[in-house]
Design a protein around this ligand. Structure first.
Ligand SMILES: Nc1ncnc2c1ncn2[C@@H]1O[C@H](COP(=O)(O)OP(=O)(O)O)[C@@H](O)[C@H]1O
Ligand SMILES: [Mg+2]
Length: 270
């Protein structure tokens, strides 16, 4: 299977740094936010995501998780405090993040390959390089055989993988995932968890992943930030010790996992 050339990516952390002392890629500092004319939704939030880390934001519906992602993407601006991305205060839209949600935003009139290629067209990537990247990412997400199919001819899992390929193909410094698997059945979600983890490990991708599902957060992340209700603040930070090449089927049955799940459940109940 072809591997993309990631020489252009940021300095990569070693796997042991995933939850360790890597450089922060994004820092939210003393951040307060409310929508225009509305109440305060986030108050005095301090949050950092390190290079190469898989961070999960876990919290109840409406607590402000999507809003935090939109702040990092530069879609909305804080009332107070700053978003620092890769060492510089963020101004305007953040073009160095990929963003995947639970929505199906594949263009129905384009094939899988043409959908995945779209961000490269927008960025005017030279054709030869674009073709090479499309082949690599379709290969990585096991979509090579489906490259000429249209979205209506894809299963739910294939659609998710195509959306993931499209979010990664322009090599964003950080991947934002907002409940990307929320609408799926449990078995499919499990398969996609494995696929996501292997892709993230191959790319050493920094990820910020939003979910309201406790087990999903523990299974995927290096660190889980538990958010309380509004105005949202951080209730706790839970370090997940399973590492990048974790075996999900195995850890799900471990006492360590069950202990973490109980701990997070208790935190959220407060
Ligand atoms: N565009 C908007 N304008 C006004 N209020 C909003 C907007 N988007 C979200 N909100 C409110 O902000 C709060 C946080 O929303 P959101 O970040 O979507 O939460 P979550 O993703 O954790 O479910 C909610 O009370 C929601 O109703
Ligand atoms: Mg949300």
């Amino acid at each position: 299977m072809a591997r993309p050339d990631h020489a252009t990516r940021q300095a990569q952390p070693s796997p042991v740094d995933r939850a360790g002392g890597g450089q922060p890629l994004v820092t939210l500092e003393n951040l307060t936010f409310g929508y225009p004319g509305g109440e305060t939704i986030l108050e005095d939030l301090d949050l950092r995501v390190r290079q190469g880390e898989f961070l999960a934001l876990l919290g109840p519906s409406g607590c402000g998780k999507t809003t935090i992602m939109n702040l990092v993407a530069g879609f909305v601006r804080p009332r107070q405090g700053t978003v620092v991305f890769d060492g510089a205060p963020l101004r305007g839209i953040n073009t160095r993040v990929g963003y995947m949600t639970q929505g199906d935003t594949l263009l129905p009139w384009r094939t899988v390959a043409k959908n995945v290629q779209l961000p490269l067209e927008i960025r005017a990537t030279p054709r030869a390089r674009a073709n090479q990247l499309v082949d690599s990412y379709l290969g990585m997400l096991h979509l090579s055989d489906a490259r000429d199919r249209f979205p209506s001819e894809l299963s739910g899992g294939m659609k998710r993988r195509a959306l993931l390929a499209r979010s990664l193909i322009y090599e964003p410094a950080m991947l934002l995932m907002d409940e990307p698997f929320a609408a799926l059945d449990a078995q499919l979600r499990e398969a996609l968890h494995r696929e996501l983890l292997s892709t993230v490990a191959q790319l050493r991708q920094t990820v910020m992943f939003v979910t309201h599902d406790i087990s999903e957060s523990i299974l995927l992340a290096d660190r889980v930030i538990v958010l309380g209700t509004q105005p949202a603040g951080i209730l706790a930070e839970v370090v997940i010790p399973f590492g990048a090449d974790r075996d999900l089927a195995e850890i799900r049955l471990s006492n360590e996992y069950l202990g973490l799940e109980r701990k997070v459940r208790d935190l959220l109940r407060q």
